[in-house]
Design a protein. Structure first.
Length: 229
C-alpha cells in the first residue's frame, strides 16, 4: 500500500491511519519504516501494516487548514467536522487551536484531531446533489465517484438531504457517491445496437459503459425512450 504520510514520521510515533476517505481514522504506533512508508501497528493487533493515509496524531504537516464558512472558531465551540465531502458530518467540541487549525474531540471520543472541514454546529452544510435525475429510497441505481471508475450497482437505502445513500450489492453498509444514476436511465449510457438494427424487449444484447470495459451479456427487459433497459 502506498503511504501518504504527513511527513516527519519516525518509529515510535503515534499516528492516525486509514486506507480510504470513507473509512474512520484509526490510531496506532509506527513500529518500523519500509522504505519511506511507516508500518503501523493498531492497538490489539500483532502485526503492522502500511496504509494509504498516514499522518501524525492530531494532523500532518501537509494537512490543509480547516475550511470554515461559519466565521471564527474558538476553544469550547460546538462544531461539525469531516475530512472530505463524501463523509457524513460528525459533531464535536474544539479543545485546542494549532495555529489556525481547531483541534476537535468528537462526542464520545478521548482524543482530538484537526479536520479539513470544520463548521460551527447548527449551520446547515451544503449537500452534494446526486446526478442522473431524482432518486428515492428503494431505487436500483449505479454509482461511481469519478468517470475513471467502473459503475457499481446498488440500492438507495436512505436520503441525507439531496444525497442518496447507496448500499452496493453484496455489502452491508451504505455510502454517498459523487455520481448516482437510476439503473437504465443514465445520461452517459448509450445502447450498443446489434448489427441487425433496432433493439426490442426480449433481445439478447451485449453492453458496456466505455471502451475499456469488457462486454457483458444481458436481455432487454424494458424501453425508456430509445434506451433499452
Amino acid at each position: 500500500k502506498k503511504s501518504s504520510s504527513g511527513g516527519g514520521i519516525d518509529i515510535g510515533d503515534k499516528v492516525r491511519v486509514r486506507d480510504s476517505e470513507r473509512e474512520d481514522w484509526k490510531v496506532g504506533t509506527v513500529t518500523e519504516m519500509r522504505g519511506n512508508k511507516p508500518a503501523v501497528q493498531l492497538p490489539g493487533q500483532s502485526r503492522a501494516f502500511t496504509w494509504t493515509f498516514c499522518e501524525p496524531e492530531g494532523g500532518g504537516k501537509e494537512e490543509k487548514s480547516a475550511k470554515s464558512s461559519s466565521g471564527k472558531i474558538s476553544v469550547g465551540d460546538k462544531v461539525q467536522v469531516r475530512d472530505n465531502e463524501k463523509e457524513d458530518w460528525k459533531n464535536g467540541t474544539v479543545t485546542d487551536m494549532r495555529g489556525d487549525k481547531p483541534v476537535v474531540k468528537l462526542d464520545g471520543q478521548s482524543r482530538g484531531f484537526t479536520w479539513t472541514f470544520c463548521e460551527l454546529a447548527g449551520k446547515s452544510p451544503s449537500p452534494r446533489p446526486p446526478s442522473g435525475g431524482k432518486v428515492s429510497v428503494g431505487d436500483k441505481v449505479r454509482v461511481r465517484d469519478n468517470e475513471k471508475e467502473d459503475w457499481k450497482n446498488g440500492t438507495v437505502v436512505d436520503m441525507k438531504g439531496s444525497n442518496a445513500v447507496v448500499k452496493l450489492d453484496g455489502q452491508s453498509r451504505g455510502f454517498t457517491w459523487s455520481i448516482v444514476e437510476l439503473v437504465g436511465s443514465g445520461s452517459e449510457k448509450k445502447p450498443t445496437p446489434p448489427s441487425g438494427g433496432k433493439i426490442s424487449i426480449g433481445d439478447k444484447i451485449r453492453v458496456r459503459d466505455n471502451e475499456k470495459e469488457d462486454w457483458k451479456n444481458g436481455t432487454v427487459t424494458d424501453m425508456r425512450g430509445d434506451k433499452p433497459v
